[in-house]
Ligand binder design. Structure first.
Ligand code: NAD
Length: 538
C-alpha cells in the first residue's frame, strides 16, 4: 500500500531553541520583521519617508502527520484532467515508454514542490546547500493522491486521454487499462456560461435546473469520495472550461448569505464554478480555481472567511504569463520602461475552442492583463501619476488607472491544427535611455497540459500543507488557521486572488520568496539572505 506511511521521513533537523519537535507537530517561534512607512510632505515640498522597523513575535505550528489526500478535479475528462491522472499513474506504477528519442521515464518536472530546490544555508566551507522543496516540511507525495472528480463529458479516462492528444502513443497504450477505471462523476452544466460549441460534450450532467439540489449533490459527492477512499483530506480544483464572468450583482453574490439565497432561488448569475466553490467551502475542503472565471465571487470569499475554509485562484500561470511576470519585473526593476506589450496566442485544443467566443475570451483577457499592474505601480519614476481628468479617460486595463500604463493587448485564436501546443508570440517594446527603444520578441511554444499538470500538483500539495499550519501571536492562547484566501499559491496563478482590498503580488520572484519565507518560518529560520557575501563575516 503506497499510502501506508503517512509520516514521511524528515530529512532536515533544525537545532534551535526556537524550534520544538513534538510528536504531532513542529512548533516554531519566529520573529517577523517588516517596516512601517509614513510618507510626509515637508513645508519645503519635499517628500520624506519615515520608517519604523516593526517586529511581530509569532509561533507557527505544523502538523507532522501527512493526511491521506484526495484530489477532485472539476473537468477530470479534459486535457489537464487526463494528463494529470496519467502523470500520477505513470509515476506511481513506474511506467516507462518508448519514444523516437529512446525510453522515457515518468517524472514531475515542472513542479516547484517536486522538481525544484531551495537554498537552506551554507556548509562549513561556505558553499550553498540546496534541498528539494518537498523535503522542507512534511508534504503529501503526488504518487499517493487519490484522484477523482467530475466532467460534463462522461467518457472514461482512457478515451478522454486519447481525445486530448497530449501523451505519446506508447504511454497511452500502457496506461489505458488503468485510466479506464476512472469515470467522471456527472457535473453541473449551465450552457450560457461556456461556449455553445461545447454542447456536444455535455452527456454527463446532473439533471434539472434546481441549483440548491446541484449544490447538495456536489457536497454529497465530496463526502462520498472521502468516505469511500478513507481520505482525511480532499482538495477540489476547477480545471474545467473557462466560463464567462458572472455579473456581480448587489443582493445576489455580494455577501455570503445573499449567495446562499441566490443558489436556493436558482438565480441565473450563479455559475457552475461558484457552486463547486460553495460546496467545497461548506464541506471545509480547499477549493482552487485554475481558470480565469470569477468562481470566487465576493459572496464566496465571504463564505470561506466565515466557514474558515481555504480558497485560492485564479487561472494557472503556466506559459506566456509566467514569462511576462518575469520579464515585466526584470525590465521595470532595471529602470527600463515597457511601453508596449502585445501578446498573440494560437492554440488548437478544446480550451482554445472554448475561448473562441467573446465572453469566455474576455475572462482570459482580464486574467492575463492584470499581471503587469503591480510592476507598473511599483515604479513611479518610470510611470507617472495621471491627473484625475486624464485618469478617468485613460484607456488602460486598470480600472480608474491613476498612473500611466503600457499599451497592452492580448489576442487568442483557435487553430485546431496546433493541438495542445500553444504558440505565443510576444512583443515587449520599451523605452531605454535618452529616448532609445528596445524590442524583445519572444516566441514561446509550450505543451499546455504538460505545463499545467505540475502546477495542479503543486497547488494541491501546498494547499493541503497550508491546512496543517496554524499560528499565533506571542501571548495569545490559541493557534489560528491561515487566512482563507491562500495568497501563497500565487506563484502558480495568473491573477492571484487576495484578501479583499489587498493588491495581488504578481512578481514571480516575490511570490517564490514569500513561499520560501513561509516554509522557513515553519522551521524557525529567517529568510535566506546573501548579505554575508558582501561583508568580511564568515
Ligand atoms: P479542456 O477543455 O480540455 O478541459 C476542460 C474539461 O472541462 C472538459 O473535459 C469539459 O468537458 C469539462 N467541463 C466543462 N464544463 C464543466 C463543468 N461545468 N463541470 C465539469 N466539467 C466541465 O481544457 P484544459 O486544456 O484541460 O484546460 C482546463 C482549464 O484550465 C481551462 O479553463 C483553461 O483555460 C485553464 N487553464 C489551462 C492552462 C494550461 O496551460 N493548460 C493554463 C491556464 C488555465
Amino acid at each position: 500500500d503506497p499510502t501506508a506511511q503517512r509520516r514521511p521521513l524528515e530529512s532536515i533537523q533544525v537545532e534551535s531553541p526556537n524550534l520544538t519537535y513534538a510528536e504531532d507537530a513542529l512548533y516554531a517561534k519566529y520573529t517577523f520583521h517588516s517596516a512601517s512607512v509614513d510618507k510626509v510632505q515637508g513645508q519645503d515640498g519635499h517628500v520624506r519617508y519615515q520608517v519604523k522597523p516593526v517586529e511581530k513575535h509569532l509561533e507557527f505550528k505544523t502538523e507532522r502527520k501527512v493526511p491521506k489526500t484526495g484530489l477532485m478535479l472539476v473537468g477530470l475528462g479534459g486535457n489537464n484532467g487526463t494528463t494529470l491522472t496519467a502523470t500520477v499513474l505513470a509515476n506511481r506504477h513506474n511506467i516507462s515508454w518508448g519514444t523516437t528519442n529512446g525510453i522515457q521515464t515518468p517524472n514531475y518536472i515542472g513542479s516547484l514542490v517536486r522538481a525544484s530546490t531551495m537554498r537552506l544555508g551554507v556548509d562549513s566551507n561556505g558553499d550553498d546547500v540546496h534541498v528539494p522543496i518537498s523535503d522542507v516540511l512534511p508534504m503529501v507525495h503526488p504518487n499517493d493522491l487519490v484522484i477523482g472528480g467530475w466532467d460534463i463529458s462522461g467518457v472514461p479516462l482512457d478515451q478522454a486521454m486519447r481525445r486530448a492528444k497530449v501523451l505519446e502513443y506508447d504511454l497511452q497504450r500502457q496506461l489505458a487499462p488503468l485510466m479506464a477505471e476512472y469515470k467522471p462523476l456527472p457535473s453541473i452544466y449551465y450552457p450560457t456560461f461556456i461556449n455553445a460549441n461545447q454542447e456536444d460534450r455535455a452527456d454527463n450532467v446532473i439533471p434539472g435546473s434546481d441549483k440548491q439540489a446541484h449544490l447538495e449533490q456536489i457536497r454529497r459527492d465530496i463526502r462520498e469520495f472521502k468516505a469511500k477512499n478513507e481520505l482525511e483530506q480532499v482538495v477540489v480544483l476547477w480545471t474545467a472550461n473557462t466560463e464567462r464572468y458572472s455579473l456581480l450583482l448587489d443582493g445576489v453574490n455580494d455577501t455570503a448569505d445573499n449567495l446562499l439565497a441566490a443558489i436556493k432561488n436558482s438565480h441565473d448569475e450563479v455559475s457552475p464554478s461558484t457552486i463547486f466553490a460553495v460546496a467545497s467551502i461548506l464541506e471545509g475542503v480547499p477549493f482552487i480555481n485554475g481558470a480565469p472565471n470569477n468562481a470566487l465571487v465576493p459572496g464566496a470569499i465571504a463564505l470561506a472567511e466565515r466557514e474558515g475554509s481555504f480558497i485560492g485562484g485564479d487561472d494557472f500561470k503556466s506559459g506566456q504569463t509566467k514569462v511576462k511576470s518575469v520579464l515585466a519585473e526584470y525590465l521595470v526593476n532595471a529602470g527600463i520602461k515597457p511601453r508596449l506589450i502585445a501578446s498573440y496566442n494560437h492554440l488548437g485544443n478544446n480550451d482554445g475552442k472554448n475561448l473562441s467566443a467573446p465572453a469566455q475570451f474576455r475572462s482570459k483577457e482580464i486574467s492575463k492583463a492584470s499581471v503587469v499592474d503591480d510592476m507598473v505601480a511599483s515604479n513611479h519614476l518610470l510611470y507617472k501619476k495621471l491627473d484625475k481628468k486624464k485618469a478617468d479617460s485613460a484607456d488602460g486595463f486598470v480600472k480608474g488607472a491613476s498612473t500611466e500604463t503600457p499599451d497592452h493587448c492580448i489576442v487568442i485564436k483557435y487553430l485546431p491544427a496546433c493541438g495542445d501546443s500553444k504558440k505565443a508570440i510576444d512583443d515587449y517594446t520599451s523605452e531605454i535611455g535618452m529616448g532609445g527603444q528596445n524590442t524583445l520578441a519572444i516566441y514561446n511554444v509550450c505543451q499546455d497540459s504538460l505545463l499545467a499538470t505540475p502546477l495542479i500538483i503543486d497547488l494541491c500539495l501546498l494547499a493541503e500543507l497550508m491546512t496543517r499550519v496554524t499560528y499565533k501571536e506571542e501571548g495569545s492562547k490559541d493557534f489560528e488557521r491561515l487566512y482563507s484566501v491562500l495568497g501563497l499559491l500565487s506563484y502558480m496563478l495568473k491573477a492571484p486572488l487576495t484578501k479583499p482590498g489587498r493588491p495581488p503580488i504578481n512578481s514571480l520572484n516575490r511570490q517564490r520568496q514569500a513561499l520560501e519565507a513561509f516554509l522557513r518560518a515553519c522551521l524557525a529560520l529567517q529568510p535566506s539572505s546573501d548579505l554575508v557575501n558582501f561583508t568580511q563575516l564568515n
